[in-house]
Design a protein around this ligand. Structure first.
Ligand code: ATP
Ligand code: PRP
Ligand code: MG
Length: 285
């Protein structure tokens, strides 16, 4: 039987959450710490532990069928590769930053300047679009230090909280792209393995949907049921069960985590009591 080969980052920011999401979709990996390859116990799948930056080439060559990878790396080195699913973790952006004292307000102000970056293709693409010519200085890490040591006038790197920029006396002036971890596939994937990816994608969707929502149970006096039901956004109509206490019902529903606190406040204000909130492991539609 064919086995799906999937790459995850060997160590670094993506590793832990990648392994967690595989576990969340019910895939158990025999994970010897220093192994470069491991098999799943309950799914026809092998995990290859690789450097994030090397993964696009492995995908292109068909050495692996799929990978969990930072979207920013795909944009830089794998624009030809197919994103199957956005995974919602390792969210960051790739931005241009300059020293706080600089007058530059966007990439358009960088004509003839030196830009230090680990993302030359991405920067070149944006420079071209803006009709600007600048000199790229390609470095692999600690990019934000470049202006301080006189190596560059600007940097283009990953920004998340902004604390690395702040610590290095830099300010963000232009965002080139947003990124998060994604599941990508090889253009050479076989039909059998594509069928396995489809299964994985189905499971991922149900886990990701679950993470976006919460399950709520609340007690409501029957006289307030109509009002409360109108407040609940729910995926379908809510479940209503009678309570032992005369004139009261228990109401079960699903609330999107973004609306959550506002909805809870409204429910309370309209007579709901004993509100319980539970995480959702899977939401299969
Ligand atoms: N500060 C951050 N906040 C959120 N996500 C980030 C941050 N820095 C990086 N990422 C995301 O995590 C990915 C992996 O980053 P990490 O620094 O662990 O590896 P790397 O050094 O870029 O790659 P390699 O595995 O090739 O050594 C990045 O490609 C990006 O998508
Ligand atoms: O905006 P912030 O929250 O400060 O995050 C941004 C920093 O995080 C990443 O570096 P990382 O810590 O991964 O170190 P690395 O350069 O060794 O990869 C990235 O390269 C930035 O330097
Ligand atoms: Mg990093």
């Amino acid at each position: 039987m064919s086995k799906l080969k999937i790459a995850v980052q060997k160590s670094g920011r993506l590793n832990e959450d990648s392994m967690k999401i595989l576990k969340a979709i019910g895939i158990s990996i025999d994970n010897g710490k220093d192994q470069l390859k491991a098999s799943a116990r309950n799914f026809p799948l092998e995990v290859f532990y690789l450097r994030n930056g090397d993964i696009p080439q492995y995908l292109r060559d068909g050495v692996v069928d799929a990978a969990i990878i930072g979207e920013n790396v795909l944009i830089e080195k794998g624009n030809d590769l197919n994103i199957v699913e956005r995974l919602g973790f390792s969210k960051c952006r790739v931005s241009i930053a300059v020293p706080k004292s600089s007058d530059a307000k966007s990439i358009k102000d960088l004509e003839g300047k030196r830009i230090a970056t680990s993302y030359p293709n991405t920067v070149n693409q944006f420079l071209e679009k803006a009709g600007i010519k600048a000199n790229l200085h390609i470095i692999n890490g600690s990019v934000e230090i470049a202006p301080n040591i006189g190596l560059a006038d600007a940097v283009c790197d990953i920004v998340s909280s902004g604390s690395t920029l702040f610590k290095n006396g830099l300010k963000e002036i232009d965002k080139l792209l947003n990124s998060e971890a994604v599941l990508a596939t090889s253009p050479r994937i076989s039909d059998d393995n594509q069928a396995l990816i489809d299964k994985i994608q189905f499971r991922l969707k149900s886990v990701l949907r679950g993470r976006e929502n919460k399950y709520v149970l609340l007690n409501v006096p029957n006289s307030k049921l109509d009002t409360i039901i109108k407040i609940l956004p729910g995926m379908n109509s809510p479940t209503i069960l009678p309570l032992a206490k005369e004139g009261w019902s228990s109401l079960h529903s699903v609330i999107n985590k973004n609306d959550f606190w506002n909805v809870i406040d409204e429910l309370k204000a309209n007579g709901a009591e004993g509100i319980l909130v539970c995480p959702i492991e899977n939401m299969v539609l």
